[in-house]
Design a binder for this molecule. Structure first.
Ligand SMILES: *[C@@H]1O[C@H](CO)[C@@H](O)[C@H](O)[C@H]1NC(C)=O
Ligand SMILES: *[C@@H]1O[C@H](CO)[C@@H](O)[C@H](O)[C@H]1NC(C)=O
Ligand SMILES: *[C@@H]1O[C@H](CO)[C@@H](O)[C@H](O)[C@H]1NC(C)=O
Ligand SMILES: *[C@@H]1O[C@H](CO)[C@@H](O)[C@H](O)[C@H]1NC(C)=O
Length: 490
């Protein structure tokens, strides 16, 4: 491609005279038609587009800014040259199979957590080299230095992953020799490129917060007619999310880094639009999506039956269902068996959800959706609250150590946006196993915020990873009875 272009320029340059250059142009056009190998778009002024249908050539004289166009149909070459200078065929473009309009690139790389770029027009994606070409970009496009910008298409960009390089070619970008490859596959739907790097497959909170919700927010508007391309392809995660992905796109997901095709799209988005933890801010969402829309979509993707939690009659044999999300390793309820017995005595039908049960997303989504209440200690498993029906009750047990704000941001506030009722149960100094490790007068008890001031690591090691909880059964029973009253009718 590049060789042909250089060769053509040389031929014209050697010709010396304007006449020679003009004489060679029909030959060049034949080469264009026969090889189908020239880059596709154009630098044509709006006014010229009507004059040229099948293809056109633009010649930029070295000594002036004046642009000349030669164009026509396959049968009839029309010359609209206004001035010819000897040596200078800079670029040759064929527009035969692409709308004769400029491409556009816009990026927002100013946000703390994420970089996102959107491009439309003639956009060519080469996964293997992690490069996206934006051909013949318009003047109002985002103009990165040297026509190149590299972004991490992960909703939390500090978590790393493959950089995707976006290369822009435009008539007036001359610092870099950007040479777009030709399309091997042409798609007529938009594409969304995103990364599954990091902790996705092992942490459901991150899978949801960094991928599921931002991906919904970015790709849902295309109503299934969108091609997803995934960098740092995480097979385990992609399998886990298969129902969600199938509802979002009717096409199989493409493993970006392994894909050697040059795919051309009319529109490409690189990076995902993420707002706060497990939330979409409708004011920031391009389509004005809210969590309600997201939850409607989830219910449809997983064929969940219950849009609304229905109160149970205390007199009937139908008990309200409560799912208790159980942890292993840390933040364990040490008197779990007792807690389960209490919940049952209070009147609930209990679903004890140990990690093995929670693992299969689609199966567990149905379990959660059939419940009126979810209870659990702060942790990733609580992310499944998104499958609860509207008006269901969510109770988060907050470990000792001023963890309330973290708990509120990650699950409390999101639960309200999801149309749930939120109950916060904060563990007392009497209910934490930290009391077996630290004396009563230790900062851990007297001034937990001083631990926070030392950074996240000690908070993690002491308060999040370093404690289990032993529920005070009288206190717990009282709270369970209140919840029971609120989800039943007499
Ligand atoms: C980029 O993101 C910031 C922060 O959310 C926002 O204020 C700004 O308007 C965005 N810019 C564009 C061009 O979207
Ligand atoms: C742009 O190109 C110049 C010259 O080659 C180089 O010094 C500079 O670092 C480049 N800038 C970027 C952002 O790549
Ligand atoms: C949901 O809860 C609200 C507030 O408690 C109540 O007014 C409303 O009737 C409930 N909706 C349904 C469908 O149960
Ligand atoms: C919490 O309980 C689990 C399971 O019994 C145990 O493996 C872990 O060591 C306990 N952690 C602490 C800090 O006591």
């Amino acid at each position: 491609m590049k060789a042909l272009r250089n060769d053509s320029s040389k031929k014209l340059a050697r010709g010396g005279a304007a006449v020679a250059a003009l004489f060679l142009i029909p030959l060049l056009i034949l080469v264009v038609l026969n090889t189908d190998s020239l880059p596709q778009l154009t630098r044509l002024r709006e006014s010229s587009i009507t004059q040229v249908s099948d293809f056109f050539i633009s010649i930029r004289p070295k000594t002036s800014n004046q642009v000349q166009y030669l164009g026509g149909t396959k049968e009839n070459v029309v010359q609209t040259v206004t001035q010819v200078s000897d040596e200078t065929v800079h670029k040759v473009y064929s527009s035969s199979d692409v709308a004769a309009r400029r491409s556009k690139l816009s990026c927002n790389v100013t946000r703390a957590g994420m970089d996102i770029c959107a491009m439309e027009g003639d956009v060519r994606v080469h996964g293997k080299s992690a490069t996206v070409y934006v051909v013949a970009a318009s003047h109002d496009s985002y103009r990165p230095e040297n026509g190149t910008v590299s972004i991490l298409p992960y909703a939390r960009k500090t978590d790393g992953g493959t950089k995707v390089t976006i290369r822009l070619s435009a008539p007036d970008v001359t610092t870099d020799d950007i040479n777009p490859p030709r399309c091997t596959v042409t798609h007529d739907v938009p594409a969304v490129v995103f990364s599954t790097t990091c902790c996705y497959s092992t942490n459901f909170f991150h899978a949801t917060d960094d991928t599921i919700i931002p991906l919904y927010n970015t790709a849902r508007e295309y109503d299934g007619h969108v091609q997803l391309l995934v960098t740092d392809y995480d097979h385990k995660l992609m399998f886990k999310l298969r129902h969600f992905l199938a509802a979002l796109s009717i096409y199989p997901v493409i493993d970006f880094n392994a894909d050697d095709a040059v795919r051309c799209f009319p529109l490409v988005r690189v990076g995902l639009e993420r707002h706060e933890e497990l939330r979409i801010n409708p004011a920031l969402s391009r389509k004005g999506y809210a969590m309600k829309d997201f939850r409607d979509f989830l219910r449809s993707a997983y064929s969940l039956k219950h849009a609304w939690a229905t109160p149970a009659h205390q007199s009937s044999s139908q008990r309200p269902r409560l799912v208790m999300v159980l942890r292993r390793g840390s933040r364990v309820i040490t008197n779990e068996a007792e807690a389960i017995a209490t919940v049952t005595e209070v009147g609930f039908e209990l679903v004890a959800a140990a990690p093995e049960m929670v693992r299969d997303m689609a199966t567990f989504a149905h379990v959660v959706n059939s419940c009126n209440v979810m209870v659990g200690v702060h942790g990733a498993g609580l992310t499944n609250l998104m499958f609860l029906p509207n008006n269901a009750t969510f109770m988060q047990i907050i470990p000792w150590g001023e963890i309330k704000e973290i708990g509120w941001n990650e699950f409390g506030h999101p639960s309200l946006d999801m149309g749930l009722r939120y109950v916060e149960y904060e563990i007392s100094a009497e209910e934490t196993t930290l009391k077996d490790v630290y004396p009563k007068d230790h900062d851990v008890f007297t001034d937990p915020l001083s631990i926070h001031k030392q950074g996240f690591r000690p908070v993690w090691e002491i308060f999040l990873n370093g404690q289990n909880v032993t529920l005070d059964m009288d206190r717990f029973r009282g709270v369970m009875q209140q919840i029971y009253q609120s989800v039943t009718i007499t």
